[in-house]
Design a protein around this ligand. Structure first.
Ligand code: FES
Ligand code: FES
Length: 168
């Protein structure tokens, strides 16, 4: 099978039952994506596929053959951290760091959803695009848990990076 991860092509033989998370961590040596619950409840394994966030523990790798997969290892460009990675450092958006790659990938996918005008369950006015308000941010990031409770810094980092993000 062929996979494109962080812009690099990989060709390998794989058991069809392998999850995307296990492909990344065990076969491709990319341990940045974390295995928390391994059942879709914590968000630690969030990666981007063609810019959309997914839980890689619930995904069979074979479904994503040929798609553009981006992990935390692929966000920096030319040695410079992604602005959200830098903001997590600036705002103390982590303690142990286990949930951090998932939080960051999820927030990038979330900002893209917002800018496409995708509503959430707390969006009141479906005729207009939502802004990244207090409630929208918390609802849209509710699938990413932080057992250290570093939520204040996480929210500040996301807000400082994506404030004003919405569809044109
Ligand atoms: S490890 Fe995938 S959601 Fe928890
Ligand atoms: S920083 Fe430890 S789980 Fe979030």
């Amino acid at each position: 099978m062929q996979f494109i991860v962080n812009g690099e092509r990989h060709e390998l033989t794989l058991d069809l039952r392998t999850s995307l998370l296990d492909l990344l961590r065990e076969k491709l040596g990319l341990p940045g994506t974390k295995k928390g619950c391994n059942q879709g409840a914590c968000g630690a394994c969030t990666v981007l596929v063609d810019g959309e966030r997914i839980n890689s523990c619930l995904a069979l790798a074979v479904q994503y053959e040929g798609r553009e997969i981006t992990t935390i290892e692929g966000l920096a460009e030319d040695g410079a951290l992604h602005p959200l990675q830098a903001a997590f450092i600036e705002h103390d958006g982590f303690q142990c760091g286990y949930c951090t790659p998932g939080q960051i990938c999820s927030a990038i996918g979330m900002a893209a959803e917002l800018s496409r005008g995708v509503p959430s369950v707390v969006t009141e006015d479906l005729a207009h695009h939502a802004e990244l308000s207090h409630d929208e941010l918390r609802e849209r990031m509710s699938g990413n848990l932080c057992r250290c409770g570093a939520y204040n810094g996480i929210v500040e980092a996301i807000q400082s990076t994506f404030a004003g993000e919405r569809a044109p």
